[in-house]
Ligand binder design. Structure first.
Ligand SMILES: Nc1ncnc2c1ncn2[C@@H]1O[C@H](COP(=O)(O)OP(=O)(O)OP(=O)(O)O)[C@@H](O)[C@H]1O
Ligand SMILES: N[C@@H](CCO)C(=O)O
Length: 317
């Protein structure tokens, strides 16, 4: 018998994430310290391998309780299938962020679920295989198995998806003084719709600008060069199209940069936006002016100030 304590119930937190990070569409992302989702799993050793969602809170009744429709359900089912575990599992989800927010809401549930499975069953599944499972949750939520939310939520920190086929994830360093301000206006944008409006072809000239910025951003993370980071936070491919879905985007961006942010962009597929700043003081300085811009147009919203979360999912109890 293993000397590890066998648990029958476990609760795991997985963080919200900022995907794309301006120039890195579908390849870059980082995790936030808060908010995040909590998923609790109860193991039932009946040899039936059934998966059931017994409760969801914080979603206003909007999330599917059907296992095959919910990213957490998809992840648990696939984990049991891939490991050959025959216990049944009851899932309960505490949503702590809005849906369709661009904060990696669907990814946080999938990652919390797969990490909770691994903590509960201890099958020794490599992170890359856990990631593939969480990506199937994303496929269910928005039609594509993009990994730039699930990878940072699972690995923690800043991640690069170097390749999708084969899947190749690189953890990037996080400069010590890097802070994120995440602005979540009370507007909903579904990832699937925000992907459908994108152009499928880009010009060579834009590709050159974008790859230069990605390379600059990655170099800046390694060298902790905040000025290079600032120059590199530019997106010529996606932001010009998607910003029309976000009220007062240009004004918000102008205000953040005027008040000292290093860069400003759309978080994931929006409507959330993020600013990166050097130091907590600089991050806190932009909160009030950004709130004023939202107030002036009568849009409510929430603003979070957070360091990059290096931990990934955390077992709560
Ligand atoms: N556990 C879950 N949490 C959140 N959304 C889920 C979950 N399970 C299924 N979904 C579905 O996923 C869709 C929301 O995913 P979507 O990718 O649009 O939002 P998001 O994850 O907040 O955005 P983004 O990926 O841009 O950060 C909704 O249709 C929702 O019903
Ligand atoms: N890279 C994805 C992230 C979605 O959160 C997109 O921009 O569609």
């Amino acid at each position: 018998m293993s000397d590890k304590e066998i648990k029958n119930k476990i609760k795991v937190f997985a963080p919200a994430t900022v995907a794309n990070v301006s120039c890195g569409f579908d390849i870059l992302g980082f995790a936030l310290s808060n908010p995040g989702d909590e998923v609790t799993l109860q193991r039932i050793p009946d040899g039936k391998g059934n998966v059931n969602i017994s409760g969801i809170s914080g979603d206003g009744g909007r999330l599917p309780k059907e296992v095959d429709e919910n990213t957490a359900g998809v992840a648990v089912k696939l984990y049991l299938k891939n490991t050959g575990i025959s216990d049944s599992v009851e899932i309960s989800i505490a949503k702590q962020m809005p849906l369709g927010s661009g904060m990696g809401s669907s990814a946080a549930s999938a990652v919390a679920a797969v990490a909770a499975c691994e903590a509960l069953f201890d099958a020794g599944m490599p992170l890359i295989d856990q990631l593939k499972i969480a990506m199937e949750g994303e496929r269910k939520a928005c039609g594509t198995a993009h990994a730039d939310n699930v990878a940072p939520a699972l690995y923690g920190g800043f991640t690069l998806i170097r390749s999708y086929q084969p899947l190749d994830v690189v953890r990037l360093p996080v400069p010590e003084k890097l802070y994120c301000v995440l602005i979540n206006p009370d507007v909903e944008v579904r990832t699937q719709s925000a992907r459908e409006i994108l152009k499928q072809k880009v010009s060579l000239q834009d590709a050159v600008i974008q790859t230069g910025n990605v390379a600059g951003l990655i170099s800046a993370l390694y060298s902790e060069d905040y000025e290079l980071l600032s120059r590199s936070l530019q997106d010529v491919l996606v932001e010009p199209i998607r910003k029309i879905l976000i009220p007062v985007y240009d004004k918000m961006k102008y205000t953040a940069l005027e008040n000292g942010a290093l860069g400003y962009g759309i978080s994931g597929s929006g409507p959330s936006m993020f600013a990166l700043c050097e130091g907590r003081e600089s991050a806190e300085k932009i909160v009030k002016p950004l709130n004023e811009v939202l107030d002036n147009v009568g849009i409510s919203g929430k603003i979070y100030v957070s360091q990059v979360n290096q931990d990934g999912p955390v077992v709560k109890e």
